[in-house]
Design a protein around this ligand. Structure first.
Ligand code: HEC
Ligand SMILES: [Cu+2]
Length: 481
């Protein structure tokens, strides 16, 4: 109350001095002096969407109403979790303001919730970032006001004890404070926030998983994900852009424990607002996003393809869920990327599979047809070089990451489908021997001859159906279908 009164006095004093010459806002030395005349209701969005930019609008009284909901949601296929949310999503609703706005914040705690909560917004200058004024029991609401003094991208989170537990359950989000005049226009904007989760069961264990306090204290995360769950940004949920467009990502990290080495495979960040502040770094490969911190990342997409978003602490990406996709459509540009090998080629699992295809192998058509035994022998070598790292030595795969090729019902059901997976890659949910996998296999950079041999080897090993895959079959799948 006292502070808003002070602002009121400041503001009216300002009006007298500036005589309504409001175009000169930028001359204010202190953003606390920016006056607001009208009010508006804030547009709030769930991830990966962000509200419309502030553009040239004047500072206003901005009405933000946020409801806390405790609700069960999907962590990964077959696994659910009791999330605590700001606005029904993890991360919580995106709030977009500009410098000088007077935010009137109403925090309501749904009557069906079990616990009291509050909110600490890092964009707030004041005790607890609002936490002390917003502590609210189920079935109640609290209102408080603050003025946005510093431009930047800020984290907000619940700060009710045990704080770590409230954050670990999903109580975090981002609030953007744009500078006067708004951030420069871009074509696409998205909201992404990383978080680490701690469950009683191991990664992938089915059913409703409870929070595990000891694992949280030990910082032993079962899931590290973007936007609250595995697969929130993959397959049909991928974010999109067209060739030639500029993309801006508002990337936050809720933690509670881990810092994020945020990277987009196959892209270079033209600009990074380091730590969400005013310093702009250029030409960045990976940007570090602290727990309770954020960064604004911008880049132009020049070539089509699927670009993979990861925490480059790479086991988190491929084994714990911190993996998303940006799908870019449009014309190829061979000068920038030849496309000879494959889009977004990335084999994190070892040097042996990172080689480009041997040019000699590619051009030389087999002179005489090989016997089945010869094909199996050469297929075994291809397997050891190309497939082994993911599908493992005896085709047993890795639980929750790479499906088995040994005695795989999925493999044995359809030879053409298996060829297609190897030559074109595969994303999206598939069920192998009753277990669902929802991951990415990149297109394999091997010749038709090698595809035929490696699949013949796989089909003739580990209890599979002994199919003999021919080069012409591979050619048909490649060109036909
Ligand atoms: C970088 C890791 C990786 C490499 C290398 C890789 N795969 Fe895969 N593979 C996967 C993933 C992940 C899936 C599941 C894709 C999905 O969930 O949609 C998969 C699925 C498959 C499937 C269908 C599912 C099944 O288990 O039957 C086949 C067949 C397959 N791969 C064959 C191969 C062959 C043959 C090679 C080598 C030429 C290979 N893969 C190389 C990761 C890989
Ligand atoms: Cu809380």
């Amino acid at each position: 109350m006292k502070t808003s009164l002070k602002f009121l006095i400041l503001c009216s004093a300002l009006l007298v001095i500036s005589c309504g010459d409001s175009d000169k806002e930028s001359e204010h030395e202190n953003t606390a002096d920016i006056s607001v005349s009208t009010e508006m209701i804030a547009e709030l969005t769930a991830p990966p969407n962000v509200p419309r930019g502030v553009g040239k609008r004047k500072a206003k009284k901005l009405i933000v109403t946020m409801e806390i909901l405790e609700k069960e949601g999907t962590m990964t296929d077959g696994t659910t979790y009791n999330y605590w949310t700001f606005g029904g999503s993890v991360p919580g609703s995106f709030i977009r303001t500009r410098v000088g706005d007077e935010v009137e914040f109403t925090l309501s705690n749904h009557p069906d919730n079990k616990l009291p909560h509050n909110i600490d917004l890092h964009a707030v200058t004041g005790p607890g970032g609002g936490a002390t004024s917003s502590f609210v029991a189920p079935g109640h609401e609290k209102k408080f006001n603050f003025k946005t003094l510093n431009p930047g991208l800020y984290v907000y989170h619940c700060a009710t004890a045990p704080v770590g537990m409230h954050i670990a359950n999903g109580m975090y989000g981002l609030i953007l404070v744009e500078p006067e005049g708004g951030l420069p226009r871009v074509d696409k904007e998205y909201y992404i926030m990383q978080g680490d989760f701690y469950t009683k069961g191991e990664n992938g264990d089915p059913g409703l998983q409870a929070f595990d306090m000891q694992k949280a204290v030990d910082e032993d995360a079962d899931y590290v994900v973007f936007n609250g769950r595995v697969g929130s940004l993959t397959g049909d949920n991928a974010i999109t852009a067209n060739v030639g467009e500029t993309v801006r990502l508002y990337v936050g990290n809720g933690g509670p424990n881990l810092v994020s080495s945020f990277h987009v495979i196959g892209e270079i960040f033209d600009k990074v607002h380091v730590e969400g502040g005013s310093t702009i770094n250029e030409n960045v490969q990976t940007t570090l996003i602290p727990a309770g911190g954020a960064a604004i990342v911008e880049f132009r997409v020049d070539v089509p393809g699927t670009f993979i978003l990861v925490d480059h602490s790479i086991f988190r990406a491929f084994n714990k869920g911190a993996l998303g996709m940006l799908k870019v459509q449009g014309e190829e540009n061979k000068a920038i990327y030849s496309g000879v090998v494959q889009e977004g080629i990335y084999h994190p699992e070892g040097g042996g599979i990172q080689e480009m295809p041997n040019a000699e192998v590619e051009v030389s058509a087999p002179l005489k047809s090989k016997t089945l035994a010869e094909k199996i022998a050469s297929g075994k070598l291809v397997y050891a070089k190309t497939c082994f790292a993911c599908h493992q030595a005896n085709g047993e795969g890795i639980p929750n990451a790479f499906p088995p090729l040994a005695a795989s019902d999925y493999l044995n059901a359809d030879v053409n489908r298996a060829i297609e997976i190897v030559v074109k890659g595969k994303t999206g949910a598939i069920t192998v021997n009753g277990v669902t996998y929802n991951s990415i296999m990149t297109r394999q950079a091997i010749s038709d001859d090698e595809v035929a041999d490696v699949l013949t080897y796989v089909y003739n090993s580990w209890g599979n159906n002994k199919a003999n895959v021919t080069i012409s079959q591979v050619g048909q799948v490649k060109n036909g279908h």
